[in-house]
Design a protein around this ligand. Structure first.
Ligand code: 0X9
Ligand code: ZN
Ligand code: ZN
Length: 305
């Protein structure tokens, strides 16, 4: 029995993916999205109920930032819940009739490993810059969305190093290639982070209002309310640049720019007590409330498309 209320090192997560995909080959398939800068595979799961009709896609990635361990824990929880529920839960079955769910549990594999072995608060990937004098690009500053203009740095020692050019990193490129190749089918793009308890809509790089702002903000508010309803945890909804800070080069803004209106960043628990070192006894309640929020968004896009 896999323990979903503990944090797991990457080898355990990858073993979990293998065995779950094996045990539930009726709806789960595992794929490699690409290789990291240290040549490790980026594994993701496609959750798809077999049927003839062409389905729309919901994308969920976790762990773009190495130290935000609750994010990969949520992606695993999410897959477990869907696999458990789809047999008997009417809502889940209905959603899977029209949507395929693509889940990338650990986007930044090299950084995640480094945060386990060497530096718990590591954020970036592990690519070498400056002839090996510094390491790591902030992958959530490396996308092609007003690249390297806000809350970004050109100094490779910075935690917000944006890379040598947009999409300079293999991890970014792997996501971009996949999402671009399927962009007409992708109706929702979710990127899971911690901490601050926020549901953020576009844009991050500008306080200008994007197309469909009223609707995407409304859905963010619905998700935040659903999250509060589970354990009373407060989540704030709003435009990224207004309630957090302006940041450029984020995956969410890039995905929105591609035409995926329902593109959100979720910042999970907590509110600053434990910050990135969220205790394991909060994994379950955090995942339960996040499940409610994510399913609110997924149901909305299901009904709309
Ligand atoms: O700064 C980030 O990349 C995210 N916060 S974190 O503490 N997890 O690093 C927030 C990204 C918000 N997205 C936009 N502003 N679009
Ligand atoms: Zn099954
Ligand atoms: Zn983050």
């Amino acid at each position: 029995e896999y323990n979903y209320t503990r944090y797991h090192p990457i080898n355990e997560i990858y073993d979990w993916m293998d065995s779950l995909a094996n045990d539930h080959s009726d709806i789960l398939t595992q794929y490699t999205l690409g290789l990291t800068s240290e040549s490790r595979p980026m594994q993701y799961l496609k959750i798809s109920q077999s049927s003839g009709n062409q389905k729309k896609i919901v994308w969920i990635d976790c762990g773009i930032h190495a130290r935000e361990w609750i994010a990969p824990a949520f992606c695993q929880w999410f897959v477990k819940e869907i696999v458990q529920n789809y047999q008997h839960d009417y809502k889940t079955r209905k959603i899977l009739q029209n949507l395929d769910l693509y889940v990338l549990p650990v986007l930044n594999v090299d950084g995640y490993i480094y945060s386990w072995t060497t530096e718990r608060l590591w954020r970036k990937n592990r690519s070498q810059y400056g002839n090996g004098t510094c390491y790591g690009v902030d992958l959530n500053r490396n996308y092609n969305a007003s690249w390297c203009t806000l809350r970004s740095s050109r100094n490779c020692s910075s935690n917000f190093f944006c890379g040598s050019s947009p999409v300079s990193e293999p991890e970014t490129k792997a996501v971009v290639d996949f999402v671009e190749s399927r962009k007409s089918d992708i109706v929702c793009f979710l990127s899971i982070h911690s901490y601050s308890q926020l549901v953020l809509s576009a844009y991050g790089y500008s306080s200008e209002l994007p197309r469909n702002y009223n609707e995407t903000f409304k859905v963010a508010q619905m998700a935040a309310m659903a999250m509060k309803n589970i354990h009373g945890t407060n989540y704030r909804a709003g435009q990224f640049s207004r309630i957090l800070y302006e940041a450029s080069g984020t995956s969410q803004d890039w995905a929105h720019g591609l035409g995926i209106d329902f593109s959100y960043t979720l910042e999970l628990r907590d509110n600053g007590s434990y910050k990135f070192i969220l205790p394991e006894d909060q994994i379950q309640p955090t995942c339960e409330e996040t499940m409610a929020g994510v399913m609110t968004i997924v149901e909305y896009v299901h009904d709309k498309y």
